[in-house]
Design a protein around this ligand. Structure first.
Ligand SMILES: NCCCC[C@H](NC(=O)[C@@H](N)CCCCN)C(=O)O
Length: 411
């Protein structure tokens, strides 16, 4: 097999699947670290006296640099200008620094210390919460950038072949990272005497391993470059700043960005509120309440690559996205109708949601290279992620506000 890889990178099936595996593992570590604190909320309340406002601030940190300082868009431009190898290393470096700050804040800072500062008026905050949020904000820049970098790498290696299946597998690794982040942190923290910082340290070590797998990709990608150069196929089109305007002029790009915004804003925040929903509306007992929402990531692990391979063979990406979006409307109508309150209905609705959450991404990500040239792809993905991030940041606030106003959930 190694011989085959050495002979011809561009034609070796094993080489491109190894590249996919190496890059997806790096990305998966990022997905693990993104949600590593989610299951530890109880411990943070118990040990450090964090409250809902602290959590709200910490979670909002995700968008501070990406959305407001446009770091995500710059990340896409760096990707198109300086390439995936450099951008990947930079992303992992930024993630490590960000997560290092968060680790220091959670593991070593005095939870009772406060800081006074001015931001649209005088503010007092817990120093630990502020530092952890700033670390998370920095981490998120690297995390989102590694997401678009992975997309561009997969397109480079798989275009004209089983691209949608490969992108589906890449998303499946992301889901696995999220799944592990929900399953592992609490047992790890408990095994180390209720230490909230140990799962973060565990994630950092994982990410260092993810960095090593990225180095394997770099070696292979360099070989692909030199092979292409020898054949006179070097990528000579370079990204220029004004290319951003040619992306803006493509109408299909806006349709995809809009669908990405609405779709992800509907699904991701749901996951955060799903347990409360099945308890409050469907009357599921406390200890089983996590089971129904957990069907969602597990189902998407298998279905996203499956739909990707259907897309590779049959096409019809637009129809897949439309069906996925319609299913989502059906699911939320089911959640909203008061008399649909049997636990079995919740199971069926979550399964349909899982199908929708696999259908749309499996068609959406491979559709972008069909409308955008490769040298602008990083910026195009970054712009789509940037639009999407507004929804990911805004909708939880909207849900919180709606629950406070009309909901029955405890504050
Ligand atoms: N190579 C990554 C494929 C994109 C996967 C996609 N990720 C996103 O849309 C990100 N902007 C992050 C979303 C927030 C998750 N915490 C996905 O389907 O996850």
């Amino acid at each position: 097999m190694v011989e085959k890889i050495q002979r011809k990178m561009s034609e070796s099936r094993s080489a491109r699947w190894i590249v996919l595996l190496m890059v997806s593992l790096t990305m998966m570590c990022g997905y693990f670290l993104t949600d590593v604190l989610a299951p530890l909320k109880g411990l943070l309340i118990e040990l450090f006296h964090w409250d809902n406002t602290d959590f709200g601030l910490f979670n909002s940190g995700y968008g501070w640099f990406n959305i407001f300082l446009l770091m995500l868009i710059f990340g896409g431009m760096v990707l198109d200008k300086l390439g995936a190898r450099f951008t990947g290393v930079l992303s992992v470096g930024v993630m490590l620094v960000g997560i290092g700050i968060k680790y220091y804040a959670i593991g070593f800072m005095d939870p009772s210390r406060t800081v006074d500062f001015w931001f649209f008026g005088a503010q007092t905050l817990k120093a630990q919460v502020l530092a952890a949020s700033l670390g998370y904000a920095l981490f998120a820049v690297g995390y989102e950038t590694i997401g678009i970098t992975a997309n561009k790498i997969v397109v480079r290696w798989f275009k004209g072949r089983e691209l949608a299946f490969a992108l589906g597998m890449n998303v499946a690794f992301a889901r696995m990272g999220t799944f592990l982040a929900l399953a592992l942190p609490l047992p790890i923290a408990k095994a180390f005497g209720n230490s909230v910082s140990t799962p973060i340290l565990f994630g950092m070590i994982l990410l260092l391993l993810g960095f090593l797998t990225f180095l394997v990709y770099i070696v292979m990608d360099r070989r692909l470059d030199s092979e292409r150069a020898q054949e006179g196929l070097a990528d000579d089109e370079r990204f220029r700043f004004r290319d951003i305007f040619s992306i803006f002029r493509i109408r299909a790009f806006w349709y995809i960005a809009l669908l990405c915004l609405l779709f992800y804003a509907a699904v991701h925040p749901f996951v955060k509120f799903a347990v409360d929903l099945v308890v409050q509306k469907f009357g599921v007992a406390g200890e089983y309440s996590g089971l129904i929402p957990s069907l969602l990531p597990v189902g998407t692990l298998v279905l996203t690559p499956l739909f990707g391979s259907i897309y590779d063979r049959r096409g019809k990406g637009a129809s897949m996205m439309i069906w996925g979006a319609l299913m989502l409307v059906f699911v939320y109508a089911g959640f909203a109708i008061p008399w649909v309150d049997h636990w079995a209905a919740a199971v069926v609705l979550v399964i349909i949601l899982g199908v929708a959450f696999s259908l749309v991404p499996s068609a959406m990500w491979p559709s972008v290279p069909k409308i955008i040239p490769e040298h602008e792809l990083g910026t195009a993905y970054a712009l789509i992620f940037w639009v999407q991030n507004w929804g990911l940041a805004g909708v939880p606030l909207l849900i919180g506000w709606a629950l406070d106003k009309w909901g029955t959930l405890p504050p």
